[in-house]
Ligand binder design. Structure first.
Ligand SMILES: NC(=O)c1ccc[n+]([C@@H]2O[C@H](COP(=O)([O-])OP(=O)(O)OC[C@H]3O[C@@H](n4cnc5c(N)ncnc54)[C@H](O)[C@@H]3O)[C@@H](O)[C@H]2O)c1
Length: 459
């Protein structure tokens, strides 16, 4: 064989391998048949009182118990946690606040929550367990006739995303992911600004979850680090996409006029957690016995939407760095950027310049933000700040849910949002494993994204 033949052969070999990788990565799962009607604008019978059951009352779930006790028209009827001290602490909190003692579940193990779901005095279930439990618990809750509210992400595989959608449609129950960052003051301000056309036509967004959480590795027996650390060991992709992405998706009316079309993803090397383990734990500690930390410290994913917009989603919970969710939204007339907050709108801010939080232009920005304050924040902001939870957004989110359920109105986030926003996790893993090949998003709405109206200005 001459040299030319050899290089042609090598070329063909490489192209065949690349084609196979591409085909592997890009194959969107076949769309399963719908088992019920679309639930994007689901209305349910109004309820004066909302009876709540909790599954998982660790760091996050216990906070939700406290917030729900402050809301009018809410009764906590049952609490499940396999960890007895956590369960007892939340039950005791209800009693301390003058409520009837909720029934406790969890002492019989990981599936004891299913006994709790058999109760007929629960309307909604709040799930704040480790990620791998979210879909299963939502599906069981809906099948038992309860509305399901889960912490983020709602699902960690593409199959789980479909399970959520199909069960919500089959049971006609709400299934909402508790994406609290959609209720932050700046995110609501942006939503309002965009709805009023101030940024022009939207072109590009950037969001992320950039938060040094290495300290959680000290939680070995119980708590977030005791289960989340295994995800960093085993998975490589964007494991926590929804805090940064959810607000951007709402700005762009994703699932309500636009949809995520495809994405690609790349991860950096994984270094920080091994370094942290070496520095902070003895050599025989289990975190020092890990042979390979698969999850790259930094993941960057790029999404293209059906209307052609671009979105960058970043993930990094491993490196020393200041906290950021990025929150950048770019339109044809201007841009808002978070962390720190900056705003530039042609004809509003000085030419070629922005108003920036934390400098002399801050007063201008604040004045403008007040002018375009979202009505929901204007109404609830002070009360939310007093009640706390990530600057008040957690409280506003729960208040909105309870208000909508009591009135029988549709929720702000649908099961299609939960599925599409969470799908970035498994799709990023697929893309990273295939040299950043493009991977398609499933259309969880089965075409209804074209006709579902944008989220109105809620208040
Ligand atoms: N939205 C936010 O701002 C935010 C903030 C923190 C955590 N979270 C999310 O909240 C969830 C919980 O995180 P966390 O930090 O509270 O973790 P955590 O480990 O402190 O709490 C989880 C609890 O679930 C319990 N649990 C586990 N399996 C169970 C089962 N089968 N049945 C009953 N109870 C079970 C555990 O005993 C534990 O008490 C995660 O999904 C996390 O991503 C969200």
């Amino acid at each position: 064989m001459n040299q030319q033949d050899q290089s042609r052969r090598n070329f063909l070999k490489v192209m065949t391998a690349a084609g196979a990788t591409l085909a592997l990565a890009n194959t969107a799962k076949a769309q399963p048949a719908a088992e019920g009607k679309n639930v994007a604008l689901l209305k349910t019978p109004p309820m004066e009182k909302i009876r709540v059951g909790f599954i998982g009352v660790g760091a996050r779930g216990s906070g939700h118990v406290g917030s729900m006790l402050k809301l009018e028209g809410v009764e906590v009827t049952a609490i499940c946690d396999t960890h007895e001290p956590s369960r007892k602490a939340s039950v005791a909190r209800c009693v301390k606040e003058g409520r009837k003692e909720p029934a406790g579940y969890g002492e019989k193990g990981e599936l004891h929550y299913q006994e709790m779901l058999k109760r007929d005095d629960i309307d909604m279930v709040i799930i704040a367990t480790p990620w791998e439990w979210h879909t299963r618990m939502c599906v069981d809750a809906m099948n038992a006739g309860k509305h399901a509210f889960t912490e983020v992400p709602a699902a960690i595989t593409e199959d789980e995303c479909w399970q959520l959608v199909n069960t919500a449609e089959k049971t006609q129950k709400h299934c909402m992911m508790l994406e609290n960052c959609c209720y932050g003051r700046e995110e609501l301000f942006c939503l309002n600004l965009i709805a009023q056309g101030m940024l022009g036509e939207l072109l590009h967004g950037e969001g992320g979850y950039l938060h040094d959480l290495r300290g959680q590795m000290r939680e070995v027996e119980h708590g977030t680090g005791s289960w989340r650390t295994y995800h960093y060991i085993k998975r490589n992709g964007n494991m926590y996409p929804t805090h940064g992405l959810g607000p951007i998706a709402q700005y762009m009316n994703v699932n309500r006029g636009d949809k995520f079309d495809y994405m690609s993803s790349v991860s950096s090397p994984a270094v920080a957690r091994a370094e942290y383990a070496k520095k902070n734990f003895p050599p025989d500690h289990k975190w020092n016995q890990v042979k390979e930390w698969k999850g790259g410290d930094q993941n960057t994913s790029i999404i293209k939407t059906a209307l052609g917009r671009s979105i960058i989603v970043q993930f990094n919970e491993s490196d020393p760095r200041p906290y950021s969710r990025i929150n950048l939204i770019r339109g044809s007339k201007g841009i808002f950027m978070g962390y720190p907050s900056r705003l530039m709108i042609e004809g509003v801010t000085p030419k070629g310049d922005s108003w920036l939080q934390d400098n002399e232009k801050e007063a201008k920005l604040e004045e403008f933000m007040k002018k375009y304050e979202h009505p929901l924040w204007a109404k609830m902001g002070e009360m939310a700040k007093k009640n706390g939870g990530h600057g008040g957004m957690d409280f506003i989110m729960l208040w909105r849910i309870v208000t909508c359920l009591r009135a029988g109105e549709p929720l702000d986030q649908s099961v299609y949002d939960a599925a599409a926003w969470s799908a970035v996790g498994p799709l990023s893993e697929k893309s990273v494993a295939a040299k950043s090949c493009n991977v398609d998003f499933a259309d969880y709405t089965r075409g209804a994204w074209r006709t579902t109206p944008p989220l109105g200005i809620i208040s």
